[in-house]
Design a binder for this molecule. Structure first.
Ligand code: EPU
Length: 416
């Protein structure tokens, strides 16, 4: 079984470029199903989750060609079935993103309950409710379900919870529906704005993406064209914290600082010395203190940056209350940090108090999920001694070629 071996306690430095956003690439690939002509995707991160999505779409009949690094051409006119392979669906939570486009283009889709990160229950009730509002009928057979609609019809949909993938799925389905769809209490993430821009370039009529109300006027067909995936804001935020936690001077390039304003606010309160440019950020050694965070939908503090922030707080002076409001079960990795020497008290499944600074010691670790896994890399990079991280598939799901990129900025990490 492959693992990372990390020798910690080294000051890092140098330049690291941010890859394309996983959570946009995983939506634009299925969005190509809505398009008549081939689409060319650029700056696609070469990560396991993208590979799984490519496998899933290829199995349906889509033709996907890698043109160069991070460049993929996708043609979906050859799609010849509407049943998604259950074993592929279960490998990737984002496989549900195929549902909306398939339903809109072919009037039918069959899939299993998707898998993904082990961060709480991850229900799919809001997707189903939304598709039903657009006129789809659902039938179930165990955990396999089929959605059918001869023609989707525009509808008013109020989301009881703000959900990123539900917003995106309904937005995509509604592009080819008859009439106008109004999504209220929509999620506002930058990846949603980028997806809407791509769809509008292909002929859809979406207004309001990036606000809580999205209006989609259905059109007959979408063309197909080119898109450059936006920089991954979670990777960017993680690299900033990596620089701060290792007292390094790291220049993070190819990034969009505007997409992580809430993280930058919290780091500023903690005393971080950062140089923030238009598309780069430089970390400087800083004397940090503890600050509290509450995760929240965009533009709040991203849940996907909660774990690396918590690791950072173990190394700074004072206490920090970390309040995770999006996913239950997304703080359990803090137990692993305690085994490394951190002082973290769990108040309830949604809140922990971190008291720092504490020295961390190397350990044999198992990556619980993608973001906690990356946080464990940060912990191992400041720990005394040699750590082993297992279950690294979870990390490779979302971070491209992470070993080589970290080695380039001086990290003592290798994959064996
Ligand atoms: N929810 C429901 N019912 C549903 C769907 C969601 O109750 O049918 C709940 C979820 O259980 C959660 C809340 O709604 O408590 C919000 O979750 P959301 O649906 O927004 O999450 P998601 O769309 O499944 C995306 C990202 C996640 C990221 C969250 C929050 C993708 C592929 N995934 O997930 O990314 O954490 O939004 O920003 O875009 C990651 O990259 O590591 C990751 C988990």
């Amino acid at each position: 079984m492959e693992q990372y071996i990390i020798n910690g306690n080294k000051v890092l430095g140098g330049e690291i470029a941010v890859a394309g956003a996983k959570n946009q690439a995983l939506k634009v690939l299925p969005a190509a199903i809505l398009c008549q002509n081939p689409c060319l995707l650029k700056n696609v991160p070469e990560i396991e989750d993208v590979e799984r999505m490519i496998e899933l779409l290829t199995d349906l009949g889509a033709q996907i060609t890698r043109k160069g690094k991070g460049e993929y051409e996708i043609s979906t006119k050859e799609i010849n079935k509407t049943k998604l392979k259950p074993e592929l669906v279960k490998k990737l939570r984002a496989s549900i993103m195929v549902a909306g486009p398939m339903l809109a283009r072919f009037g039918e889709v069959t899939l299993a309950h998707p898998g993904g990160c082990i961060i709480g229950q991850r229900p799919i009730d809001l997707f189903i409710e939304g598709f039903q509002k657009l006129g789809a009928q659902m039938s179930e057979d165990g955990d396999i379900f089929t959605l059918r609609a001869e023609k989707l019809r525009g509808a008013e949909i109020i989301l009881p919870r703000v959900s990123v993938t539900v917003t995106e799925n309904l937005m995509m389905a509604a592009t080819l529906a008859e009439g106008t769809t109004h999504i209220k209490n929509a999620a506002m993430e930058p990846e949603i704005v980028a997806l809407a821009e791509f769809l509008n370039q292909q002929g859809s009529k979406i207004k309001g993406a990036g606000t809580p109300e999205i209006l989609i006027e259905g059109v007959k067909e979408l063309k197909g064209g080119e898109v450059k995936i936006i920089p991954d804001r979670i990777e960017c935020g993680t690299f900033i914290m990596l620089g701060l936690i290792t007292n390094g001077q790291i220049k993070i390039t190819n990034c969009e600082p505007k997409h992580i304003e809430n993280l930058l606010y919290s780091l500023d309160k903690a005393g971080a010395k950062l140089e923030i440019g238009q598309d780069y950020i430089v970390t400087h050694p800083s004397n940090l203190k503890g600050v509290d965070i509450v995760t929240h939908e965009y533009p709040g503090f991203p849940t996907d940056l909660q774990a690396p922030f918590t690791v950072l707080m173990t190394q700074v002076k004072g206490t920090s209350l970390i309040h995770e409001t999006i996913f239950p079960g997304r703080l359990f990795y803090t137990d692993i940090l305690n085994q490394m020497g951190a002082n973290i008290i769990m108040c309830d499944p949604h809140r922990v108090v971190v008291t720092g600074p504490t020295k961390l010691y190397a350990k044999k670790l198992v990556s619980p999920d993608l973001r906690a896994g990356m946080a464990l890399i940060l912990a191992a990079l400041v720990a005394e001694g040699s750590s082993i991280i297992e279950n690294i598939y979870q990390i490779n799901r979302g971070y491209e070629n992470i070993v080589a990129r970290l080695q380039k900025i001086g990290a003592d990490i290798k994959q064996v």
